[in-house]
Ligand binder design. Structure first.
Ligand SMILES: [Zn+2]
Length: 65
């Protein structure tokens, strides 16, 4: 474990593009009692358009730009 300057910030993975986002600042959606975090509005919109159930596997390469 590394000694970092900040331990208070938490990160999560954007389920759409796989990008690591800061939960303190990222936009989020709650679904099935779980909170998902997104790098941007585009990914959140894509997520909300998905049918209920498990989110897709993040694809490398990214979707956002
Ligand atoms: Zn994203």
């Amino acid at each position: 474990m590394k000694t970092s300057s900040t331990t208070s910030s938490t990160t999560a993975k954007d389920p759409i593009c796989g990008m690591t986002v800061d939960t303190a600042t990222a936009i989020n959606v709650e679904r099935d009692g779980q909170t998902y975090y997104f790098c941007g509005e585009g990914c959140r919109t894509k997520f909300k358009a998905l049918p209920a159930g498990k989110p897709p596997e993040p694809k490398s390469g990214g979707c956002c730009g």
